[in-house]
Design a protein around this ligand. Structure first.
Ligand SMILES: [Zn+2]
Ligand SMILES: [Zn+2]
Length: 333
């Protein structure tokens, strides 16, 4: 295909979307017609939406949107869509609202709001509208949504932790509020993707209060990074690399390291190498934030890094320690 001139390309994007919208409307009418019958039941599906989800290979919310749009009487809204002033997404928000508020639905009242809003914004305003019509039903709906909450943790073959889950809108918003400030780029040098920053923020938030007491078991050879040494061990994890053992052991306030040799475990953790609360706060005051050039991650999310590792005889004092954020601490080791 030849490259199009920009103006033609833009026009093509818009007109193609209008065709897609028209096809989605057609699909909605078919879906509603199908949902009016019960053939899906004969075929062993839980609902018409479930049948559409499986056979048309869409998500269940897409299938539910088709049925809602097809069932709703939205003459004016669909006319505006035909004229290119609204998108199918507006029609979906309108139909879902009609479905939620029933007989009290007022298309003429909502249409001007739709015409002046993006689909996302319109959906948001529709939620306010639903609340204003029936606050009790809205509350019940939110409670119903909260029942669907879940968090599933599993370990992948490569040892990564896989997370999947759903939070109710309020808890979800609180989690976002807690993570977003931590997920901001930590300076111009920060080349992490947004997803990576989010993952780091999540990790920092969950572990950052330092009540986590990691226990790592490794041999002295592993801790020294000697060739031929076995990997370290940590609960809930596959064997961890020597570099990771060194990093975790470096900030003794989060870890207790058991050094094992000839199956005899010797505790060289907190008792001998503890970073005292006084030293930690002195370090925080002196450094203020991560000392990696250009990084401004604040002290509470930093580790105390031993410049000369204690296993090599480095002292646990202010002269031998420097604040590093998790990411740069990992890079240093
Ligand atoms: Zn370190
Ligand atoms: Zn840093």
């Amino acid at each position: 295909m030849f490259a199009m001139a920009l103006a033609d390309l833009q026009e093509e994007l818009i007109s193609t979307q209008r065709e897609i919208d028209a096809l989605q409307l057609k699909q909605s009418r078919l879906a509603a017609q199908f949902a009016a019958g019960d053939e899906w039941d004969d075929e062993g599906f839980a609902s018409a939406i479930d049948w559409i989800r499986f056979n048309c290979k869409v998500t269940s919310s897409v299938a539910a949107n088709y049925v809602a749009v097809g069932k709703a009487v939205l003459t004016e809204t669909i006319r505006e869509m035909g004229a290119g002033r609204l998108g199918f997404a507006h029609v979906v928000a309108m139909a879902r609202t009609a479905q939620a508020v029933g007989r009290r639905f007022d298309e003429a009242g909502l249409l001007p709001v739709a015409l002046e809003s993006s689909p996302g914004r319109f959906h948001y305003k529709c939620l306010h509208y639903r609340h204003s019509i029936d606050a009790t039903a809205y509350k019940e709906e939110q409670e119903h949504v909260a029942e669907g909450r879940s968090l599933h943790l599993s370990t992948a073959e490569d040892g990564s932790l896989l997370l999947s889950g759903v939070l109710d809108p309020i808890s979800g918003a609180e989690v976002r509020q807690a993570l977003e400030p931590l997920a901001r780029p930590s300076g111009a040098h920060d080349d992490r993707t947004r997803d990576q920053r989010m993952a780091d923020a999540f990790y920092e938030k969950v572990t950052g209060n330092r009540t986590v007491n990691l226990q790592v078991t490794a041999t002295v050879e592993t801790l020294r990074g000697l060739v031929g040494a076995a990997a370290g061990e940590m609960e809930f994890s596959l064997p961890i690399s020597a570099a990771s053992v060194q990093r975790i052991a470096c900030d003794c306030s989060v870890a207790r390291v058991l050094l094992s040799q000839d199956s005899v475990a010797i505790d060289l953790g907190r008792s001998k190498r503890v970073v005292s609360a006084g030293l930690r706060s002195a370090l925080k005051i002196r450094d203020g934030h991560c000392q990696w050039p250009g990084c401004e991650r604040t002290a509470s999310f930093c580790d105390g890094h031993h410049v000369v590792h204690w296993v090599d005889g480095g002292a646990t004092n202010l002269e031998n320690m420097v604040l590093l954020c998790k990411r740069h601490h990992r890079m240093v080791h």
